[in-house]
Design a protein around this ligand. Sequence first.
Ligand code: PEP
Ligand code: MN
Length: 339
Amino acid sequence: MILILKENTGLPEREHLIKRLEFMGFKAVPSDSEGQLAVAIVSGIDRKTKTELFHSLPSVEKVIKLNQQMKLAGREIKKERTIINIKGEGIGGDDLVIMAGPCAVESRESTFEIAEAVASAGASVLRGGAFKPRTSPYDFQGLGEEGVKYLAEAAEKYGLLTISEVMDVEQVDIVVDYVDILQIGARNMQNFSLLKAVGKINKPVMLKRGFSATYKDFLMAAEYILSEGNPNVVLCERGVRTFENYTRNMLDITAVPVLKQLSHLPVVVDPSHGTGIRSLVIPMAMAAVAAGADGLMVEVHTNPDKALLDAKQTIDIEMFKLMVKSVIAIKNMTLSDSL
Ligand code: PEP
Ligand code: MN
């Protein structure tokens, strides 16, 4: 159920309405629909609940019953695209957002070196894992809090935003203080308690597609975050597992237009984990942008062969510069086509 609020309703009145709904036994989160403030009731509704009950509440103009399961991620109510603004940078708007950096934060020195290089080559977000999801428990697990600290310091110096992964609920409180965007990795796409935890924070979350997740699984995972009240979710296609094992994953470019048709959330593509092969990163980044991606996440290192993790898919600064040039040219072409 979505309650569309009267045009002159302010944010404090919406907050008040949400509290009142909670008191009545419903769970409600803020939403908006075509420029108008709204409230989405995400639980507490049963077959006996009548829409008339909500009509009598202050500020309510219209009550709409939602048919689809994707109440908040879908486009039934929110037809306009979500643009997430972080310190003046918009994700999901006209500008392509480029997130770049090492697979893992390795040291303070290398993080600063990479940050400087990617910033001057056109990145706006510095990536780097400090809590790493590794297949083997004996492999390097990341620098932890020290790692996100280096990431934040380097980003600050070179005017970048930051993104880093959280793998469990306890890490959310640590990482949220350092980074601008929290990343949920493919392996945790359906870690529902983690999704609920990042749904309660007030920073954007980038959710990566699980390697065997359907579009619906993916969007319903996003729904978990949205239904806790965090509206700022970015979807990231990073490839799925198929019978093909030449590439690390099968990067699903079709996901870009499909997700954008089904949802208003921004869609980013990761051609690094999507292919696992350095020479495929630029072509797949170009394909992603041609398909309408709002941004890219790529693994970049000043010395890729020496990268501690994912060296084979990590590109150097020269390749990164070439990628940025190529994808911007494509973005400009697709923009002028849609005019
Ligand atoms: C990553 O981006 O650091 C990562 C581990 O990717 P994924 O979760 O897509 O495997
Ligand atoms: Mn990696």
